[in-house]
Design a protein around this ligand. Structure first.
Ligand code: ATP
Length: 350
């Protein structure tokens, strides 16, 4: 296979199981995020791919070649980490062109290549600037240009933007994504920030407790989370108890809800959890007598572009999110029947 293949990878640190039997395929040219909370094993997994850590069991293949025992410096993978290791005593050009020292290149070729790379990361004419005279975002771009200078086969980034303020971070996410599309370098990006992963990834690998929970496109993972962990970790969700009526229908209180499919491991007749995103809820004033969960409004938050309505349903909170124009004519009501928009809810495996 072209690209990266991780097969049955396990890493133990003494008694602690950091990565547990992970298998993954990352296609050539794709941008993949390892996403999960602190301690879920995402950094360890990336460090094994980089060769900075040895796996206890399992293999890493790149373009079909077994890399498991290949030393880091022979893998030709570019790396950018949160704690930047720029050389403070060198200027921008010398940082970017550092790896050229070890290649047969004359000064003119080196200068041209550095200028090209700086243009690519949108830092033209910064060659002679000292790195301690740059902003956080500019330094990050120097680090990216330096990693790109090696023409890496694979680009590995561990929380590279987390030291930046929110606005710059948003901006750099878009820039990174555009740059990756242009260069088509297979990229792995580690983050604990679901919004960041949703913005930049082709594919997200959601991890918890050293295990892969779900792999899919951002939209897939948001719309069709497989379990409670993913539903909770990615975006907001209402987790409601339902009874399974058939492979495509569930009973929610007095309401029948159509679903795409019920996971194969669940049996008809049993109870299960339905994940309903706040924007997939439908509210009808209770006085109209339509079916649905009966909810009492406890709090309304108008965010300008959407309105969030918190409802108490038999002691549990349900969150609805509506466009302001939909909410306005109902704003005086205090009791609603809550139902679900067609084909928008997912039955979870566990
Ligand atoms: P964070 O976002 O906080 O960096 P992470 O998801 O990247 O977390 P890892 O750093 O991969 O998680 O750690 C996974 C588990 O392995 C954690 O429980 C951690 O304490 C443990 N661990 C990581 N490195 C070591 C080590 N060198 N020695 C012992 N345990 C370790």
């Amino acid at each position: 296979m072209q690209g990266l293949e991780i097969s049955n990878l396990t890493k133990r640190f003494g008694e602690a199981l950091a990565v547990s039997d992970v298998s993954l395929k990352i296609e050539q040219g794709s941008f993949v995020c390892f996403l999960g909370p602190s301690g879920c094993g995402k950094t360890t997994l990336m460090r094994i791919v980089a060769g900075l850590e040895q796996a206890t069991e399992g293999k890493v293949l790149f373009d079909g070649r077994d890399m498991t025992r290949v030393p880091t410096h022979e893998r030709n993978f570019g790396m950018v980490f949160q704690a930047l290791a720029l050389f403070p005593h060198l200027n921008v050009a010398d940082n970017v062109g550092y790896s050229f020292r070890f290649r047969a290149m004359d000064k003119k070729q080196r200068d041209e290549r550095v200028a090209e790379l700086l243009k690519l990361v949108d830092l033209p004419d910064m060659q002679t600037r000292r790195v301690d005279q740059l902003s956080g975002g500019q330094r990050q771009r120097v680090a990216i240009a330096r990693a790109l200078a090696q023409e890496p086969l694979l680009f590995l980034m561990d929380e590279p933007l987390s030291a930046l303020d929110a606005k710059l971070r948003d901006h750099m996410q878009v820039e990174l994504r555009q740059l990756q599309r242009k260069l088509k370098i297979t990229t792995i990006f580690v983050t604990h920030d679901q919004r960041e992963a949703m913005t930049i990834a082709d594919k997200i690998v959601v991890m918890a407790h050293g295990k892969v929970q779900q792999v899919g496109s951002p939209v897939d993972i948001y719309r069709r989370p497989v379990n409670r962990f993913v539903a909770d970790f990615i975006g907001q969700s209402n987790l409601l108890e339902v009874q399974l009526l058939s492979r495509t229908q569930v009973q929610l209180s007095d309401l029948t809800v159509e679903v795409e499919t019920v996971p194969a491991g669940l049996k008809i007749g049993q109870t299960a959890t339905l994940c309903v995103r706040p924007e997939s809820t439908v509210l009808t004033p209770a006085s109209r007598g339509t079916p649905g969960l009966l909810g009492k409004v406890t709090f309304v938050r108008d965010l300008g572009s959407t309105v969030e309505i918190f409802l108490n349903v038999a002691g549990r909170e349900v969150l609805a999110s509506l466009p302001p124009a939909t909410w306005a004519p109902m704003a005086q009501e205090s009791e609603f029947r809550i139902s679900v928009a067609p084909d928008s809810a997912t039955v979870l495996e566990d």
